[in-house]
Design a protein around this ligand. Sequence first.
Ligand SMILES: [Zn+2]
Length: 170
Amino acid sequence: MNVLFHVATGLGTVILLTDTHTIKSNAPLKSILPIAALALCIGVIAHGALDYIPHCYPVNTKIDMSLGLLLILGLLALSKSKYKWIMLGGLTGCVLPDIIDLLPTMLNKNLGLNLPIIDKVFPWHWKQYSGSIYSGNCGVSAINHCLVVITVGLFLWFRKRDVKNILGSL
Ligand SMILES: [Zn+2]
């Protein structure tokens, strides 16, 4: 699935895991890091779920990667210092499978590099399990993309106090 949808689910994961009423911004780092590790794991699992379901790629790859990177950097810059670790965990987890399995090929293709290519590690990137649609018949994909956006939007809406507390610079 496009990076932008993965980043959206990463943000949703971070907001769900960060109850700012119980996790104070001045909490010790040792109590924050396990949540960051959990956010990373759930980010990877959420990535898998999105890649398994049928999907096309409505956003051009270069625009998608550029905006995705900007969004990640922006969210990290806006996050309050202690919550940055959880944000870093969730956002890293949601793009990590693509970084490992797909980025070397993309860099080789677009930048003329010669990075070593290994077999894909994550099963949702294997041809027999991936939900990628290349036939151009993208009706079900549009529904799935809408469901992802609506679900993350609902998370953010119902946890807007946490969103405001986490992204303190907004
Ligand atoms: Zn992927």
